[in-house]
Design a protein around this ligand. Structure first.
Ligand code: ADE
Length: 222
């Protein structure tokens, strides 16, 4: 898979691309991530990327030309263009699974007070990562890329994401490691008895119980 991220702040991605699982996936050639500064595509004086809003009002608005020309330059028949905006569709795990099937994602990070409405015309999908407003789309683009990259075959052990929270609309069951007793808190004995059927049953029940307590809205989706 290839992911192209269009941003005005390429340095924000240094840590994301150079650590841990994402770095390993890139090094293994399982994903290619390109950070593209769309200022480089500006044909406006001084490589300008924004201007004042028509009709007045505060702040600057991202102009259509740099972003739309950048997308035209990198888009192929296989590309899916995603625009990040707080008024997009709310992102979730099932969208991560669906995006992980794509060959090429182009992710546009908005910034400043907004973007020219005409930029929406080139997006296949508008996504929001939640009901709050960030200073730009950079963090959302990392969140979406991270959640997608970890689902690509070979990036992490398949078993570890089959049991993820939100699969089948359930939260994850509780997990423990050594020691058996810590600060007076014991590992449930069912996990120590080696009976795989009982362990599976226990985990299923705990996942249901936890979802019921913390996110009953997920159960309504089943
Ligand atoms: N840009 C600013 N806030 C955002 C959000 N919540 N989701 C996606 N993009 C954004």
């Amino acid at each position: 898979m290839r992911i192209d991220i269009l941003t005005l702040f390429p340095n924000m991605f240094d840590g994301f691309l150079n650590e841990s699982i994402i770095k390993r996936a890139i090094d293994k050639g399982l994903v290619q991530v390109n950070i593209i500064n769309f200022r480089d595509y500006s044909t406006l004086p001084h490589n300008k990327v924004d201007d004042t809003p028509y009709g007045g009002g505060s702040g600057m608005v991202l102009a259509p030309q740099p972003i739309m020309d950048a997308v035209d330059a990198i888009k192929t028949k296989e590309s899916k263009v995603i625009l990040l905006t707080p008024d997009g569709k709310k992102y979730n795990q099932s969208m991560a699974y669906s995006l992980a099937q794509e060959k090429h994602l182009i992710i546009i990070c908005g910034h400043y007070e907004g973007f020219d409405e005409r930029i929406r015309s080139i997006a296949d999908l508008e996504l929001s990562i939640g009901d709050y407003v960030l200073t730009g789309g950079e963090l959302p683009s990392m969140i979406i890329s991270d959640s997608v990259i970890r689902l690509i075959d070979g990036v992490i052990d398949k078993d570890s994401h089959l049991n993820d929270s939100f699969n089948n609309n359930l939260l994850d069951y509780p997990t423990y490691t050594k020691p058996r007793v810590y600060r007076g808190m014991e590992v449930p004995s069912v996990l120590l008895n080696g009976n795989h059927k009982e362990i599976e049953e226990y985990r299923k029940n705990e996942a249901l119980k936890r979802t019921n307590e913390r996110r009953p809205d997920l159960l309504d989706r089943n």
